[in-house]
Design a protein around this ligand. Sequence first.
Ligand code: HMG
Ligand code: MG
Length: 304
Amino acid sequence: MNNLFPEHATIVEVGPRDGLQNESNQVPTQDKIHFINALKASGIQEMEITSFVSPKWVPQMKDAAEITASCDDNTRNLVLAPNRKGVERVKETNVSSIALFAGVSNSFNEKNSNKKTDRLLEELLPLVQELKAENYFVRACISTAFYCPYEGRVDVVDTTEVCRKFVEAGVDELSVADTIGMATPEESYTLFQHLTSEFPRTLITAHFHDTRGMALANIYACLQAGISRFDTSAGGLGGCPFARGATGNVATESVVYMLERMGISTGIDLKRLMEAIDVIEPHLSRRISTPVRSLYLKENATQS
Ligand code: HMG
Ligand code: MG
């Protein structure tokens, strides 16, 4: 293997959370659980399974407590929380991994969390310390790390400073997001290379939305920058309802296909992943048509 790249990469599946939060159909809880279990059966080891956000803001996630109650914890089940109230709800469950989220830009945070950045960090950073003292695995999801839908280009320095605050508070992981899918491979390389050198002891994960079809190229650039953890969503579902122009996450099947073909193991079985997509697709308002998925359906149709 080319020693430029890792031998193994970790896929953090975000379909049941980022994928479904933007879905207009209310997916029945039992089908979400079936989807999560099918994803685990494909080899997914880390997954955002739901979020404890306001059900008024995101009705799709109103069944968060039922989802967590039905999921065994033989893999890392991450749940999102936007504030102290969300964290308190998480503490009533059996979940031991939690993701807090904040954008770099004020306008995004106002739309997504109803607070400006400073005020949001004032609430979240003490929560990180509190959760670490209680032995939770804590991830910080950093939105608008490259571009904000309302303010435009975001400076690497500003993104790094928000990340630094979470690292100093003690997070285990930073998931750094191109919320509206505008980053280029060069920008991805620059930011992630910088973050890995600034925060060498923190897990750093890249979270790309594929709005402009650049996510795979960005992941390739991230591999070159030393990143080996990627948030992806089965079927390319996803998007943040509070970020204008945010469409689906990069598809898990596309990333798994590319990495495995490059000799980078993911531990994920593509056929089982397709079976997980079979579970969720009938409940969605749109067809899934990523290239890997379409080819798989075509090949299966020819064989039968
Ligand atoms: P707010 O209205 O300012 O909240 O919303 P509040 O504190 O004023 O409370 C208002 C009401 O909401 C109260 O209820 C609270 O109890 C309730 P009422 O008295 O009116 O009956 N409430 C809650 N209920 C349940 N769970 C909670 C909660 N908090 C308050 N946690 C709030 C502030 C943060 C709650 C709201 O803005 C919210 O829920 N936002 C979530 C937005 C969201 O889910 N966005 C998507 C996830 S982030 C994302 O997708 C980006 C990411 O993928 C990376 C990327 O791609 O960029 C991670
Ligand atoms: Mg996202």
